[in-house]
Design a protein around this ligand. Structure first.
Ligand code: PGA
Length: 267
């Protein structure tokens, strides 16, 4: 029987809001101000991060202090003739994090595990913490391929960085069928996937490294369901899409994280 050995004292839970292709620049600043008030109130116990559209990243970054900021996607080259792309080097002063290999990038824009590896390396080169997204499609799940898919995405996606870099990175388990569908994964399935990810990293980079990697869950998280994931010892935070655009929802999720995932009745 596999015994879960991740006994490291995890740092504060990370609550990350991926705003995707939503909100104008002024609207982004408005939401950021609201989030910032909550992030500041709970800064001792929760790390909050927002991922605005690139048009608003800089201005959002300049108005927050207790909220980390991140970019939703980067290109893997540091500069060059790549029309429409953004280099990690161009946002390294305004992005603490970068989401890499989000399923919308993989399945809408055709990104592969190899491009994920190159983008992850570009983040590390430019001192941005990558949040590498992994997760199976519905078909893969039905075919019982979840473990294989996660192993492949981890082993290729992290292949270009060192164990020290991996230790400081974040992995987001985001089953594709749960993203934006309202169909969130069962906590026990999330725990099992997180253990698969932990084991894959442990085999590649050693147990000490695996113990330091933060694993998030993402996929239709709401203030109602956040606590059930935050209670899992395998999970260090949440990557929230739709609910992060709703000020009260996102604030409630931050508050749940501050209270160790327990419901408080306040929002
Ligand atoms: P969702 O998105 O919460 O709207 O499902 C999650 C994500 O895409 O990271």
């Amino acid at each position: 029987m596999f015994i879960y050995t991740n006994i490291s004292i995890m740092s504060k839970p990370l609550i990350a809001g991926n705003w995707k292709m939503h909100l104008s620049e002024p609207q982004s600043r408005g939401l950021a101000e609201q989030v910032e008030a909550q992030a500041a109130a709970y800064a001792d116990t929760v790390e909050t991060a927002v991922f605005p559209s690139s048009i608003a990243l800089s201005s959002v970054n300049s108005l927050v202090e207790s909220t980390a900021t991140g970019v939703q996607n980067i290109y893997f080259a540091d500069e060059g003739a790549f029309t429409g792309e953004i280099a990690a080097a161009q946002v390294s002063d305004v992005a603490d994090y970068a989401i890499v290999g989000h399923s919308e990038r993989r399945y809408v824009f055709g990104e592969t595990d190899e491009t994920v590896a190159r983008k992850t390396a570009a983040c590390i080169r430019n001192h941005i913490t990558p949040i590498v997204c992994v997760g199976e499609t519905l078909h893969e799940r039905q075919e019982n391929e979840t473990v294989q898919v996660l192993n492949d995405q981890i082993s290729t996606g992290l292949t270009m960085i060192t164990s020290e870099d991996v230790a400081g990175s974040v992995i987001a388990y985001e089953p594709v069928w749960a993203i934006g569908t309202g169909e969130n994964a069962k906590p026990e399935d999330v725990a099992s996937a997180a253990r698969t990810i932990d084991r894959a990293i442990g085999e590649m980079f050693g147990r000490k490294t695996a113990d330091q990697v933060r694993v998030l869950y993402g996929g239709s998280v709401s203030s109602e369901t956040a606590g059930s994931y935050l209670d899992l010892e395998e999970i260090s935070g949440l990557l929230v899409g739709g609910a992060s655009l709703k000020e009260h929802e996102f604030k409630a999720i931050i508050e749940r994280a501050a209270n160790g995932g327990a419901e408080t009745g306040k929002s």
